[in-house]
Ligand binder design. Structure first.
Ligand code: R5P
Length: 333
């Protein structure tokens, strides 16, 4: 029975793609600058979709051009106002589906709610799975995302997920900072795999710090495994919010003799506490991040932003053309 359902879904997608004629890129309100850069990369105009928020908070979206048979890519990182941004995306997808788009791809440069990915306490939700269900229900035929908090979240979807990495974009910049004397540091056990992947690309050493979360804004780093004396460290993480994780790790690295400490973070979700903390932590020289979410304040150069628009643009082009996306996981593609 299940295989019958799968083959019917497959058939439906084949038919959709036979019909899909052209790439259309539409932006939600979360990050129009990134959407525009992606459209520029693809050499097309950003599609016209009018989005209004009514005084009572309801959202309305209307495509102001024909989307019939379009291969529609809807770009919306789930950041800053995650609930509004999600709802906006659902409503845009519903409108695109009812307007007969051939295929709808939800492009989530940052997949919010990803940290709620398991039932590790009694009576808690698995919100990442709920979001996956809602995206599919609203009309997504496929998803593009980047540096999920946990890779297994891909399995929350029964539609194709193209999971990209910021590493190929960030590594050339990091290499200039660490040269041949680098150590990549995981600031907690959960990010060890990501740090090792950076280490392989950078041909650098590896270390890990143990982290204990005291509350939502405070963490303590207690132990360091690995040798960082006189080395240039780069702490890698999928996201930062209060910068507690990065700053605690940087302090323990410096206390153990690290020459310099940098950070490389895919999603910069710094709140006011995080910005103040980063500014007042001289142990961190600089944080390198991407524009997966808007970074409005670079804290006088303490944050360096590298664009992932070419990465997302190229992924969109390859998906549309039915070409491999995995070559984007490496630096020389
Ligand atoms: C947690 O597992 C994540 O990978 C990040 O390390 C964490 O969410 C960062 O949060 P904060 O910046 O508030 O310490």
């Amino acid at each position: 029975m299940l295989s019958l359902v799968h083959s019917v879904c497959h058939k439906k997608m084949e038919v959709q793609m036979e019909e899909a004629k052209h790439i259309c890129v539409y932006s939600g309100c979360a990050h129009p600058e990134l959407s525009q850069q992606i459209a520029n990369y693809l050499g097309i105009n950003l599609g016209k979709c009018h989005i209004t928020h009514f005084p009572d908070g309801e959202i309305f979206a209307q495509f102001e051009e024909n989307v019939r048979r379009a291969d529609a890519f809807l770009i919306q990182p789930i950041c800053n106002q995650p609930n509004d941004n999600l709802m906006e995306l659902f409503i845009m997808m519903d409108a695109a589906r009812r307007a007969s788009a051939a295929r709808i791809t939800a492009v989530l440069p940052y997949f919010g709610y990803a940290r709620q990915d398991r039932k590790d306490k009694p009576r808690v939700p698995i919100t990442a799975k709920l979001v996956a269900n809602l995206l599919t229900c609203a009309g997504a035929d496929r998803v593009i995302t980047m540096d999920l908090h946990a890779q297994q979240i891909q399995g929350f979807f029964d539609i194709p997920v193209d999971h990209l990495y910021a590493r190929p974009v960030l590594v050339p910049h990091i290499k200039k900072l660490i040269g041949d004397n680098g150590v990549v540091v995981a600031p907690d056990s959960g990010s060890a795999k990501m740090a090792m992947a950076y280490g392989d690309m950078l041909d650098a050493g590896f270390a890990v710090v143990t982290k204990r979360r005291i509350n939502a804004t405070t963490v303590a780093s207690s132990h360091l495994v690995g040798d960082v004396k006189d080395r240039i460290c780069v702490i890698t993480d999928d996201l930062t919010s209060t910068a507690g994780t990065l700053c605690a790790a940087a302090k323990i690295l410096k206390a153990n003799g690290a020459a310099k400490v940098y950070c490389a973070v895919s999603h910069c979700l710094l709140n006011e506490t995080g910005k103040e903390r980063l500014l007042s932590t001289p142990e961190i020289e600089q944080m390198i991040t991407t524009d997966a979410v808007p970074v409005t304040d670079t804290l006088g150069g303490k944050i360096k932003v590298v664009s992932i628009a070419p990465l997302l643009g190229e992924a969109i082009r390859r998906i549309h053309d039915g070409k491999s996306v995995s070559s984007l996981f490496y630096i020389n593609h």
